[in-house]
Ligand binder design. Structure first.
Ligand SMILES: [Mn+2]
Length: 251
């Protein structure tokens, strides 16, 4: 039986010819073609300021998603902090299904909590405030009423600001908060592992919650290694990478 594949934080560029886009396209055409299901844990796109813009810019990737779902490969997506405006036209064009986070995935005897991961970074108070604001449906509705050029401008400004803030903030503030992770495991006591992205700190952390050993898998951002997790029918999980993108992807 084919495996479940999970990845996150591709941050696909608006230019389709960008090496990261080509690398992800190859992943969809090769590794993902025979999988049981593909789970995308947010920030698949670097910026998404409306389906009317994104579906055009990302036409090649969209078409490949559609080919896969038409072929019977289910694809599921959790919003990231950059692509939470993916809307109805996107789901229709791709056949991808949206999952609310946290999502509990069951495979074999194992259960996995899936999330983008940004809501676990509770030490970054300013970010959490901003997140609540942008996730407000009324704010989103207003934003999507703006002309394309204005939305692109705002998106680019926010991107630049976020890069600037990240450089000035202490590293630990932008990582997940241990208590928040602990709370999430308490909420899903049957889960053996948590899988998330967002922090771009790929790792496999072992921890103890109420005397039980748990694992926290953190997916990287495909720079330089195009990481993904593969879960077999029994629920065994392993980290793989499709290729080393070190020489291809400008930082
Ligand atoms: Mn993110």
């Amino acid at each position: 039986m084919p495996n479940i594949l999970i990845t996150a934080d591709i941050h696909l560029h608006s230019n389709e010819n960008h090496p990261i886009n080509q690398c992800f396209l190859n992943f969809l055409k090769q590794e993902a073609t025979h999988c049981q299901a593909l789970y995308l844990l947010g920030d698949i796109f670097e910026m998404w300021v409306g389906d009317d813009i994104g579906l055009n810019e990302q036409a090649t990737i969209i078409e490949q998603f559609k080919k896969l779902t038409d072929k019977g490969v289910p694809i599921y997506l959790i919003y990231g902090n950059r692509d939470f405006l993916l809307g109805k036209a996107f789901w229709q064009a791709t056949g991808i299904q949206h999952l609310a986070e946290p999502y509990l995935l069951k495979q074999g005897d194992q259960q996995f909590i899936l999330a983008h991961g940004d809501h676990l970074c509770t030490d970054d108070k300013a970010y959490q405030k901003m997140r609540a604001w942008f996730r407000n449906p009324f704010i989103q509705w207003l934003f999507l009423k703006l002309p394309k050029s204005k939305r692109l401008q705002i998106g680019q400004d926010m991107r630049a600001k976020s890069q600037q803030f990240s450089q000035n903030k202490a590293g630990n503030i932008m990582d997940v908060n241990e208590q928040a992770v602990d709370d999430l495991f308490q909420q899903f006591p049957e889960a053996n592992a948590l899988i998330h992205g967002h922090t771009h700190r790929p790792d496999c952390h072992k921890m103890n919650v109420n005397g039980q050993s748990k694992t926290r898998w953190v997916l990287g951002d495909w720079r330089p290694e195009a990481d993904y997790l593969s879960i077999d029918a029994k629920g065994n999980i392993q980290c793989l990478n499709t290729l080393n993108t070190r020489d291809q992807i400008p930082f």
